[in-house]
Design a protein around this ligand. Structure first.
Ligand code: SF4
Length: 475
């Protein structure tokens, strides 16, 4: 069953660039989330490509599935046990639960200090390393912070060491590496890599995931904005962008016509018109990871519509101007209205809007303001108005790091109110339970993680324990 499931996902993938799998050092790249989430992120492909540049490394991809016990690679269906190095790409705090579950199922001690030479080497990195990563340090043998390209050569070379000890010593030489067993802390979060030099892009297209059938290309890294709840606006500066001619040369090299363009906000891309020229010249279809509603152009919206995008997606974040200002979203009611009109003009009749709720300053009036935006969309002729809500999770490293998440009972009351008040609209809410778990893990100290992990029996119990712990702290 497990084997067939992996083969089933493999059959949804098409290779558009060849990758040699010939090295003698086997590295398992594991995204500790399901295939749909894993295949929607560039790291799932790009990190494999980067590592396979080294002639001795043979990197294969794995994803997490709660029902799996063997874990087979996507490329050759080789069991995970045959890989001596396990490299986890962690994007979300809650991935920790999957990571622990996977280690437990494979009989690997959960804390690095309990592992021995014959156990695989567990290395972690990924988007989450821009936030608090105390939670990875008791578990992983080594943690890489930030952009892998910056120290790619040293990193790849280190992985080819004979023994685990040699590998860890070599990894410890890298400034963005934390190797707790050697007492080596990282001195930098690797960033500032010139994106152009690498033009990060996938070599595989998946017919599953968010970017169905699109080849992922990263056109920008970092963000020029300053939203108070977001780590990218604060830590990933300056923003860097790939020039459109570089993108065009990729399009000319690769026989593919559909691209998923990844950038914090494509509307802040400095050469947007030139990029759209490339898209039109080569008759490409594009999807974008995100756009800002205050920088839209009819031309971009038309291209998205002609590319087959069915819904216009934006993130006003708050219903009222007061809350939007606290979030430092820098978007006005008038700009929202203009954006809705513009998308209607080019023919969109479905809209999806992302909102944040659960700020201590929020009044009933602020909650009621969400409905005003929905009604405005209906008045303009949108057939379907989809409102998606996330509770505010104040993260360390953001402007909101001194804040606390609202207590669970308060959030549940607000959710109940909004569900009732927004009847007639399609609404969904991110799970409060999962959000509290995320908040708790993001703020946990290393000592707390060690205590919690020691009591790990299975994912279900662990999840319940972390939620109860978080809930207590928010009261
Ligand atoms: S929320 Fe979006 S626009 Fe705001 S800082 Fe983060 S990435 Fe940039």
């Amino acid at each position: 069953m497990e084997y067939e499931k992996v083969l089933g996902f493999k059959s949804k993938e098409r290779q558009v660039e060849n990758l040699k799998l010939e090295g003698d050092v086997r590295v398992a790249l594991i995204v500790p989330n399901d295939y749909i989430v894993a295949s929607s992120g560039l790291a799932f492909y790009y990190v494999q490509k980067l590592l396979n540049h080294h002639p001795r490394i043979r990197c294969e991809r794995f994803f997490y599935d709660e029902s799996f016990s063997k874990y087979y690679s996507l490329e050759t269906q080789t069991p995970l046990d045959e890989f001596p190095i396990w490299l986890f790409s962690v994007s979300f705090e809650n991935d920790l639960l999957n990571l622990l579950d996977l280690l437990k199922k494979k009989g690997i001690p959960l804390l690095w200090k309990d592992r021995e030479e014959h156990h695989p080497l567990v290395v972690a990195g990924g988007a989450v390393t821009y936030l608090n990563t105390e939670f990875l340090l008791p578990v992983a043998d080594a943690v890489y912070y930030g952009e892998l390209e910056k120290h790619l050569e040293e990193f790849s070379e280190a992985l080819t060491g004979e023994k685990k000890e040699d590998i860890l010593k070599a990894l410890a030489e890298i400034p963005s590496m934390n190797v707790p067993s050697l007492g080596k802390k990282h001195s930098e979060i690797a960033t500032g890599v010139i994106v152009d030099e690498f033009l990060p892009h996938a070599h595989i297209v998946s017919d599953a995931g968010v970017f169905l059938g699109k080849l992922l290309v990263e056109l920008g890294r970092g963000c020029i904005r300053r939203c108070a709840f977001c780590i990218f606006g604060k830590n990933l500066k300056p923003a860097r962008f790939v020039r459109p001619d570089r993108f065009e040369s990729l399009v000319e090299e690769i026989p593919w016509k559909e691209y998923g363009l990844i950038s914090a906000t494509i509307t802040d891309y400095p050469w947007l018109n030139e990029l759209l020229d490339v898209v039109e010249r080569h008759q490409l279809k594009i999807s974008v990871s995100s756009l800002r509603l205050d920088r839209l152009s009819e031309r971009l919206l038309k291209v998205l519509k002609e590319s087959g995008q069915r819904s216009f997606t934006i993130a006003p974040e708050a219903g009222s101007q007061k809350i939007r200002d606290i979030l430092k979203k820098d978007i006005t009611d008038e700009q929202i209205e203009i954006a809705l009109k513009m998308a209607r003009n080019v023919g969109f009749d479905r809209i999806k809007m992302y909102f944040i709720y659960g700020l201590e300053e929020e009044t009933e009036e602020d909650l009621r303001a969400f409905r005003k935006i929905g009604e405005l969309a209906l008045q303009m002729g949108y057939r379907e108005v989809h409102m998606s809500f996330n509770p505010l999770i104040p993260k360390p490293g953001t402007d909101f790091e001194e804040r606390r998440m609202e207590p669970v009972d308060v959030l549940r009351e607000k959710e109940k109110f909004l569900k009732e008040y927004l009847k007639g609209f399609r609404v969904d809410f991110e799970s409060i339970r999962e959000s509290v778990i995320q908040y708790t893990i993001a703020r946990a100290s290393r000592e707390e993680i060690v205590e919690w992990v020691k009591s790990f029996e299975n994912k279900k119990r662990f999840r319940k324990m972390i939620f109860n712990e978080g809930r207590k702290r928010l009261c």
